[in-house]
Design a protein around this ligand. Structure first.
Ligand SMILES: NC(=O)c1ccc[n+]([C@@H]2O[C@H](COP(=O)([O-])OP(=O)(O)OC[C@H]3O[C@@H](n4cnc5c(N)ncnc54)[C@H](OP(=O)(O)O)[C@@H]3O)[C@@H](O)[C@H]2O)c1
Length: 355
């Protein structure tokens, strides 16, 4: 039966992720009601919009007038046990008399973690937890960071040569990786609330930092330019209905109407402010200076490093001096996945910081 639960959990993950931006800052959740005796999906419910019905309630409504006492409910996140914008789902599941509940991962909120499961078990419902747990956590990694730290989830994307250079000795950086990697980056942009770059990159490359995939939204742009060096006719300030946050100490300029200046002391301060303005995840696309600063300030959660089969020898390294003199002082990562992207390789790794 575990294989079947995994198959159904995969459907939940696929369905849930379609509503990434509509449910934020809530998690992406889908629930399936399953008849084990007849191997039949009775209904599917998805949390589609912040403040509206949770997935479990939608699945129950969709099922209609059925006997739930021999049914299994599969859901990628522990059913909530507390009164929020909607009543607790655990209570509804108990009221309907389900036989079994299969969950992917516990609620990360330390105040309510495992209370939904406890409620269900105390009511005599069989609970199986941890089905595709890693995949379920990966889907809601932004929510997990948001709810536990009240900060955006920060992913750095960098394209390097085999010898980890991002610019040639002559100052060229286009294009290090192949077309497939660049198309992949467009998908990453579409999945993030914000995209961050610095004056070094903007002045060198004049990027637009938009998502060019048809039908996808562009992330809000966050540009670091403490001294106001970037002219407002650069592409990143182009008004195309997405806000531009300009992280700056220079408030003396006349800002275009789509540009919101944000004063900040350091990245922690900037990210906390952006989180409060609804930027729940950030994709960082910058050069060496910002990446080095982010790592030093322990503000990057994950890195997507595209490695192309080219060698520059000299040029700009992808990261600078971190004052590491002993191996025991190094910054640590954990490899998450390695993917072949046509001629390139994509390495996904998580930063591990001491708590
Ligand atoms: N291969 C790739 O994936 C890739 C991606 C992006 C860029 N690049 C290349 O990288 C090069 C640019 O790299 P870069 O290192 O010169 O520039 P950068 O990292 O893009 O920008 C430097 C930024 O760091 C900011 N900064 C410096 N210290 C800071 C601090 N303590 N706190 C907050 N912000 C701080 C600067 O702000 P101020 O303006 O206030 O000084 C500036 O915005 C370009 O040639 C570009 O083509 C390559």
């Amino acid at each position: 039966m575990m294989k079947k639960y995994e198959e159904l959990m995969k459907i939940c993950l696929d369905e849930a992720q379609k509503y990434r931006f509509d449910v934020a800052p809530n998690p992406m959740v889908c629930a399936i009601i399953y008849d084990e005796n007849n191997d039949k999906i009775i209904s599917k419910g998805v949390h589609k919009k912040y403040g509206e019905n949770h997935a479990e309630r939608n699945a129950i409504i969709e099922a209609g007038d059925v006997d739930f006492s021999d049914k299994t409910l599969i859901v990628n996140l522990e059913p909530c046990s507390h009164q929020g914008k909607t009543p607790p789902c655990a209570d509804l599941i108990i009221e309907k008399g389900f036989k079994k509940v299969v969950i992917g991962t516990y609620d990360p909120n330390p105040l309510v973690c495992s209370q939904g499961v406890m409620k269900l078990k105390n009511a005599g419902i069989e609970v199986i937890s941890g089905v595709l747990e890693d995949e379920c956590k990966e889907l809601n990694k932004v929510f997990i960071k948001n709810v536990t730290k009240k900060m955006p989830y920060v992913t750095v994307k960098i394209a390097t040569t085999f010898d980890s250079k991002i610019v040639t000795a002559g100052g060229e950086s286009k294009w290090i990786t192949g077309e497939a990697s660049r198309a992949y980056v467009q998908k990453l942009r579409a999945q993030h609330f914000g995209i961050l770059s610095g004056s070094g990159t903007v002045l060198a490359d004049n990027p637009a930092l938009t998502c060019r995939l048809k039908g996808e939204r562009s992330p809000e742009r966050i540009i670091i330019d403490r001294h106001g060096k970037i002219p407002f006719d650069y592409q990143v300030f182009r008004d195309d209905d997405t806000r531009v946050f300009l992280a700056t100490h220079n408030l003396e300029r006349d800002f275009p109407k789509n540009v919101a200046p944000v004063e900040f002391a350091n990245f922690r301060d900037l990210f906390a402010k952006l989180y409060n303005m609804g930027v729940y995840s950030i994709l960082v696309e910058t050069g060496k200076t910002i990446l080095t600063t982010l790592v030093k300030q322990e503000m990057a959660d994950e890195i997507y490093k595209f490695v192309s089969p080219k060698i520059f020898g000299t040029g700009m390294d992808f990261i600078g001096n971190l004052n590491v003199f002993k191996i025991s002082e190094c910054y640590k990562l954990e490899f998450r996945e390695i993917e072949r992207v046509e001629e390139d390789i994509l390495i996904k790794a998580r930063f591990l910081y001491d708590e």
